[in-house]
Design a protein around this ligand. Structure first.
Ligand SMILES: Nc1ncnc2c1ncn2[C@@H]1O[C@H](COP(=O)(O)OP(=O)(O)OP(=O)(O)O)[C@@H](O)[C@H]1O
Ligand SMILES: [Mg+2]
Length: 257
């Protein structure tokens, strides 16, 4: 196992492709794919310093669904950004598939984000002058890849937006816009789906549909789903709940195996 891992890493460093890593990961179920070690994030300096994350450590397996809960300002979004390669930690380590994420240079980090992470935010973050289809395939275009039409059709159908493909975000309901952002997050078959309060701006029916979509991807593709929520009912649907307070993990409970 060690040897094949080393070969994967070698291949990644040789040509920047994650293909062999993905093949290797797909062959092994329930393996640890994420390791967070002693993560700290300090914003600002001196008297203004904010310790957003303070010595956070945990691991996650492939295909796990983890809810992250905690009061406002406790560090949930900061943690998600560190896992997703969005922002560098002050200290500590994030390891994905044996690779130290922040040992990579900016270009490798950008490839990691584009290919291995699907991020979903509370306020959709869609591009207003792009259609539904164009918003969904954006991560492929940014990755200089030709979008696969069959896959696009499958995603559009899965998100229930087949009749809205040429519409712009401003012409869609909040729930529909969030479904576009789920489609966009899934288009590159990422290893992780990281969702930051994806239902926070939606009514309960639209919110349920989003959670169903995310859970379907998590179960079907064994994508690891890490979801921040303030909604206890949603949190309880996960395999595991991590509670954060003042930048620290204060509870890590397994809900179901
Ligand atoms: N860019 C930044 N500069 C300075 N401080 C920041 C920055 N981003 C976050 N913080 C601070 O870090 C702490 C954690 O913020 P974070 O956004 O992770 O909280 P959160 O748990 O996601 O809260 P919420 O539930 O309100 O979204 C807060 O005290 C916040 O003010
Ligand atoms: Mg937040």
């Amino acid at each position: 196992m060690e040897g094949s891992c080393a070969r994967c890493i070698l291949k990644i460093h040789q040509d920047g492709e994650y293909f062999f890593l993905r093949v290797w990961l797909k062959r092994v179920n329930n393996m640890e794919i994420l390791r967070v070690d002693n993560l700290c994030k300090v914003y600002g300096e001196g008297e203004n310093a904010v310790h957003a994350l303070d010595d956070v450590s945990f691991t996650a397996n492939r295909g796990e669904f983890i809810s992250i809960v905690g009061s406002s300002g406790s560090g949930k979004s900061t943690l998600l950004h560190m896992i997703g390669g969005v922002d560098r930690p002050t200290s500590g380590k994030v390891t994905v598939g044996g690779i130290n994420v922040y040992s990579q240079d900016e270009e490798e980090l950008a490839i990691f984000r584009r290919r291995q992470v699907g991020l979903i935010y509370q306020f959709y973050n869609l591009i207003p002058n792009l259609t539904v289809d164009e918003n969904i395939i954006l991560p492929c275009l940014l990755d200089h890849r030709r979008p696969d039409n069959k896959k696009l059709e499958r995603i559009v159908e899965m998100t229930g937006l087949s009749h809205r493909r040429t519409h712009f975000p401003g012409e869609l309901s909040g729930g529909q816009q969030q479904r576009v952002s789920v489609g966009r997050a899934l288009v590159n078959d990422p290893m992780f789906i990281l969702a930051d309060e994806p239902t926070g701006n939606l009514d309960s029916k639209a919110g349920r549909e989003i959670i169903e979509l995310l859970m379907a991807a998590n179960q079907r593709e064994k994508q690891t789903l890490i979801l921040i929520t303030h909604d206890e009912k949603i949190a309880l649907q996960a395999d595991r709940i991590i509670t954060i307070s003042d930048g620290r993990i204060i509870r890590d409970e397994v809900i179901r195996l």
